[in-house]
Design a protein around this ligand. Structure first.
Ligand code: NDP
Length: 471
């Protein structure tokens, strides 16, 4: 790569989250001179306030079930007590370890690390101001040929009276003690996952959401099965409801809903979406345009309206998922600094929601496929083997969505134990455009739940084109 001495570095990445780190590392591996500016925490939301601590907490919340379920298998175990502070300490230690890994990964790749808040001075210049992440950091200025904005997103609160009394996912991972009563507003990814975590750890949980079913955007059968699973987890669901105000009531908080219901809680968690983090970036000094909903406008090469400035990950508000940001960072670094580009299938990005039991999906929902034409639907609902002895009321639902004309499997959906683990493999099949016949000729692994995906021989119904009708 020809040396470009006009600028301090070839590439400057703002934000060391999943997308930014991948972009920086790959660009450096292609020989680019790269710097990353980070002001808050190495690893970004996923490592510090998202996927990683969330998954550890989901796992923590499931041990109580294992103890209870073991009785059916002959164990004389007694239910124990849970120590929240011990969990948070253990989780913090693990995150601290991961922060270190991120730093050393970048350093080993030859990336220059700058701690501080980054602000554009112009299209090719960034000024940095210390934020406290590194006590020895000094203000600075750096120029770059290309700048990537990978600043991610931040939680949004509903503008209701008393919203400042509610916390978001930014605070939930470091609560000083375990709340006994939790009111969660919103039934998207975060609301559902924390309803499961708190219920599993023994809290009394109210879940408030404005739809008839949780998790809008997922397949309807999955949403219905999730609704049942939430009931079975002991979470009280307040469907078709929104909060109108939150007031402090001694040590407790009272949440009033638009139907007049009043809920008492020790902690109110607003899980009502995230918005791109662009404020204080100094975008007004550039030609970067943002959309009405605050995301940075980009073209198909992640380039903003100011040539030379790019944006990846949640700040573009495409699909706010860690592996998507990583893929975007990788594609961009390859495109800018190498002549080989890898193809990625964003259309078949698998998704998972870590409730207990978890959900996972890839490809089209039944409704989306039916919009496009006649669709064969295969559904299987059963009690997993473990619960024949545990006695727990828990069902698994699996579903295949098959384009009738081509017989391609265009969607797969599951709620049940290990659904995310299993869906990763199915995502390869759906990405590869495999047909139902390929699933049918695959031999199952017995006894597993997964084998059901290759033994669904009888179509449950037809959707789309000639209407949704039972066969
Ligand atoms: P989501 O967009 O998933 O869910 C937001 C929830 O808030 C929905 O129930 C939504 O209702 C509700 N809501 C939004 N606006 C209002 C309003 N004005 N009044 C009432 N309710 C409202 O956001 P989350 O905060 O749960 O998560 C943010 C993002 O983080 C997700 O989109 C996801 O991309 C990512 N994430 C991914 C995870 C994973 O992959 N497992 C885990 C956690 C987060 P409605 O549906 O009606 O709009």
């Amino acid at each position: 790569m020809p040396e470009n001495t006009l600028y301090d570095v070839d590439l400057l990445v703002i934000g060391a989250g999943s997308g930014g780190v991948r972009c920086a590392r790959i660009a450096a591996s292609h020989g680019a001179r790269v710097a990353v500016v980070e002001g808050r925490h190495w690893g970004g939301t996923c490592v510090n306030l998202g996927c990683v601590p969330k998954k550890l907490m989901v796992q923590a919340s499931e041990y109580g079930d294992y103890v209870a379920d073991s009785h059916g298998f002959g164990w004389n175990t007694e239910p124990g007590t849970h120590d929240w502070v011990k969990l948070i300490d253990a989780k913090d230690r693990e995150i601290h370890r991961l922060n270190g890994i991120y730093v050393s990964m970048l350093e080993k790749a030859g990336v220059r690390l700058i701690t501080g808040h980054a602000r554009f001075e112009n299209t090719h210049t960034i000024v940095t101001t210390p934020t406290g992440l590194d006590p020895e950091a000094k203000p600075g200025r750096i120029t770059a040929r290309h700048i990537v904005i990978a600043t991610g997103s931040t939680p949004t609160k509903l503008p209701v009276m008393g919203a400042d009394l509610a916390i978001t996912s930014d605070e939930v991972f470091s609560l000083p003690s375990m709340p006994r009563r939790v009111c969660i507003i919103g039934a998207g990814y975060i609301g559902i996952e924390f309803a499961g975590i708190f219920a599993g750890l023994g809290a009394s949980v109210d879940l408030v959401y404005r739809q008839a079913l949780p998790l809008r955007g997922f397949d309807e059968d999955l949403r219905t099965a999730l609704h049942d699973a939430i009931d079975q987890r002991g979470v009280r669901q307040h469907e078709k409801s929104s909060p109108t105000r939150i007031v402090r009531n001694g040590d407790a908080l009272t949440v009033t809903l638009d139907n007049g219901t009043r809920l008492e809680a020790d902690c109110v968690l607003m899980a009502t979406g995230r918005h791109p983090k662009t404020e204080k970036l100094g975008l007004e000094t550039t030609r970067v345009r943002t959309t009405e909903d605050g995301r940075i406008e980009i073209d198909r090469h992640f380039e903003t309206t100011d040539p030379g400035i790019f944006a990846i990950g949640d700040v573009t508000n495409h699909l706010n998922l860690t592996p998507v940001a990583i893929a975007e960072g990788h594609i961009l670094a390859d495109r800018l600094y190498s002549d080989h580009a890898r193809g990625w299938s964003f259309d078949t990005t698998p998704k998972a929601v870590f409730f207990t039991p978890p959900l996972a999906s890839v490809g089209l929902t039944e409704a989306e496929a039916a919009e496009q034409g006649a669709t064969d639907i295969y559904v299987s609902k059963f009690r997993p083997m473990r619960h024949t002895l545990s006695g727990r009321e828990r069902r698994t639902l699996m579903k295949l969505v098959v384009d009738q004309a081509t017989q391609k499997v265009v969607g797969a959906h599951m709620i049940g134990e290990d659904a995310p683990e299993l869906m990763q493999g199915l995502a390869i099949a759906v990405t590869a455009g495999l047909h139902k016949a390929d699933f049918d000729r695959t031999i199952g692994i017995h006894p597993t739940s997964a084998e059901e995906f290759v033994t669904m021989r009888t179509r449950t119904r037809v959707a789309g084109a000639r209407g949704r009708a039972d066969d």
